[in-house]
Design a protein around this ligand. Structure first.
Ligand code: ZN
Length: 175
């Protein structure tokens, strides 16, 4: 287990689509352990996707309870081959990303989604997520398709903000 360096935009690997995980073997499990260590090493980080560590595989982590705004305690979710099977509603909120450490932006996302995925043990699940949780999941799943939050802003002029250093922010969701 180890903390690994996070790729920083404009690394081209962040823009490449990731492939589905086949067998959840020892290599994949070791990688997931590193992904977990790396996410928890970053203060306030609520999600991380495999391609952010240069691994083009469809694996994400989410732990929204790390955000001070969050009153849910869902703990860590490790999701393999996650797919959005339903999305409804829309709200705009500030997001950040470990791969774009100097920027935050206002991003419109669905407020109610259903996600299908595999758990680490290979179990198939489908679940609903709302609001902040849905936003983090959508942000992470975007990473698997090579999409960054900058690709989702309505206006690069008025919806993107520079921050002096990467830090836990009450305004932005960091993932
Ligand atoms: Zn991100």
């Amino acid at each position: 287990m180890a903390v690994r360096p996070v790729l920083i935009y404009p690394d081209p690997r962040l823009k490449a689509p990731s492939s589905k995980v086949g067998e959840i073997d020892t290599d994949i499990n070791q990688f997931i352990d590193d992904l977990i260590d790396t996410m928890y090493d970053a203060p306030g980080c609520v999600g991380l996707a495999a391609p952010q560590l240069g691994m083009p595989k469809r694996i994400i982590l989410v732990d929204i309870s790390r955000n001070p705004k969050c009153d849910q305690s869902l703990g860590l979710q490790v999701l393999i081959n996650p797919e959005i099977v339903r999305q409804e509603g829309q709200s705009t909120a500030r997001e950040g990303c470990l791969s774009l450490p100097h920027l935050t932006a206002n991003v419109a996302r669905a407020t109610s989604i259903s996600v299908r995925a595999l758990l680490r043990q290979g179990e198939k699940i489908i679940f609903d997520a709302f609001d902040f949780h849905a936003r983090v999941l959508l942000h992470e799943i975007d990473h698997l398709d090579g999409i960054l939050f900058l690709d989702r802003v309505a206006s690069l002029k008025t919806d993107v903000f520079r921050r002096k250093r990467y830090q836990v922010s009450n305004k932005a969701t960091d993932n």
